[in-house]
Design a protein around this ligand. Sequence first.
Ligand code: ADP
Ligand code: ZN
Ligand code: ZN
Length: 725
Amino acid sequence: MRIVRVALDIPLSTLFDYLLAENMTVVEGQRVVVPFGRKHIVGVVIAITQHSEVAAERIKEVVQILHDVLPLPAETLKLLQFCSDYYHHPIGMTVLSALPTRLRGSEPVKLKQALTYTLSASGCALNPAEWPKRKAVQLRVLTALQQGRQSAAQLKTISSTAPAALKQLIADGWVEASASVAASGNFTFNEEHQLSAEQQTAVDVVNRITGYHTFLLHGVTGSGKTEVYVHLLQQVLQRGGQVLLLIPEINLTPQLENYFRSRFPDTELVSLHSGLNEGERTQNWLLAQSGRARIILGTRLAVFTPLPQLALIIVDEEHDASFKQQDGLRYSARDVAIFRANQRGVPIVLGSATPSLESYYNARNGRYTLLKLSERASQQAQLPSVRCLNISNAILPQGISSGVLAALDERLQRGEQSLVFINRRGYAPVLMCSACGWLSGCPNCAGKMVLHLKDRRMRCHHCGHQTKVPHACPSCGNVDLQPVGIGTQRIETALQAHFPEARILRVDRDSTRNKGTWNAMRKQIQDEAVDILVGTQMLAKGHDFHNLTLVCVLNPDSALYSRDFRASEKLFAQLAQVAGRAGRGNKPGEVLIQTSFPEHPVFNALRTHDYDAWAATLLAEREQAGFPPFVFQVLLRAEGKLEAEVYDFMQQARNEAVGLAMQVEIYGVVPAALPRRANHIRIQLLVQSDTRKNLQQFLRVWRPMLDAMPAKKLRWSLDIDPQEL
Ligand code: ADP
Ligand code: ZN
Ligand code: ZN
């Protein structure tokens, strides 16, 4: 009797046993179709054995073995097992969530023959004057091909209609398709910059290591971390290896993709992120798994991709909160990447201008090696000067001080770009009645309805509830309703009224909702068709706009009152990032921060660009208070419609924890930061310990107790190493 133990997408912490028919052969990591309840579903074989705990007459047979793609390698299965254990998430759900959606189904998928394109002999002979007159996209495709061989994916970044243009050009005989691509170890590298001494040292130090080691590349904004990555990539590619490069945001991928493609034009590069359609994502995953793709550029979900030749992992902007998944398997892609590098025995580089305190602490205590880039890479570019504008006594009806207006005016006169940063979309965060003090609360949440004046709606950013803007106060009938506070739309409107001639562009989640809009906007900014950018944190990261010389931060103060102990760490990182957008070209940059607390240490640290001193202060505070990175935490969250039931569950969970008398510290049951969302009461319980080991030991006993507790009408989850409290 041959039994396979199968991981299924079922919320139970167990594998499922199935019988293998006589004629079936299967290996671990292969996908199989099995009966479950009344359905047939796809699972992954984790083990093959002779015995089962399940009674023989109850074991069902495997229906089908899927041979369309290679099985998951043992290494990937081990990585997923580790994640399931560490994050206390069911093994089956962990394994299945690591697969692209197509592979969770039984429809066969196939790695398509990837073609690349070059100019044909007649295409080469053609001089640009004879190029087809009508189609702009055709011209851009031809221009791109003049630079050399391009893949379909590369050409598609030109325009969404590039595939059609390409087809026409092939039909007309100007372009030829052929199977790809550079053989490993033999590739083109476009060297663009002579590395600075600091960059060269960083590259050399990492290159000396071939086994596992974690490096923290701490480089100020604009110091050329990307260039360090490029040179590390070059070394790895030369040895025939694959590189996994993790980045936080989807909206940065097209930019970085183009950047790396331009430097390694004939190396197969794929991106993996949730912005791809299912077909593209599956193809890219298969290219990575087959070893054909050499550079894998992805957001957090890419960390699980099987990579047979993996030789280096890079995590860019390692401090970024988006590396932590906030539902399902609540993993930190950075931490999983470190585990993976260790498992595989390869180096990993964590890069940031504002490292997380966890990583910085590890670099300080010698577990990681610290590499520093202390100056901007380009000779002319200097770090911006940072100044606080004290607004504690000012009345700012539109939220913009005269100092900011004057600075913007100066940039307009000089034909330079400015960025006005405000982390709130919409027009105003709340509407208020000036007679009775009524506030536009959401009926379903503890939060407020945000005024969106552009489409005349009130919207809750927590649950999505919307209404029309009320004409009169629902409480007293007064018609004088006042928007309170500022959002991007209000700032855009106010600035447009003040500078009627200026070309103002608002960039936030509302204005970039449609696919492709953000790309078009970025081009507009690059082409200097914009004078003033008004935007949220979408604009803070990674962008390199050379004519941008002024950054104004309008309302950072609310973060100073937050109850989250990480709030000031995050504020510093965010402001340092956004400040880092200024003065990246050859003109000096300036940063103005409107605040009522100009003497606050966080602003001092920004003024002096002294991350080390700031981090030392924070670490001392954390150690004193007993917070991470000096302790390890788990957060139990629960939510449900019935307040009593949610509290009963939590209280019982707490009692069980206390009863265990293990080496953990157990806090009280408290409401979540948003105590009610979409009509659900939300509460939480924090448990922490001095060591990871003690915390994990505790969780191994506590978790089954939670599973056994009645929880019919509520949802609960465990968040290990939570990033938001
Ligand atoms: P970071 O990621 O550290 O913020 P980037 O990698 O975006 O910095 O580099 C900032 C700018 O400096 C880019 O325009 C890049 O082309 C340029 N640059 C990088 N390295 C060098 C170098 N060695 N010499 C000159 N310019 C460089
Ligand atoms: Zn009223
Ligand atoms: Zn709501």
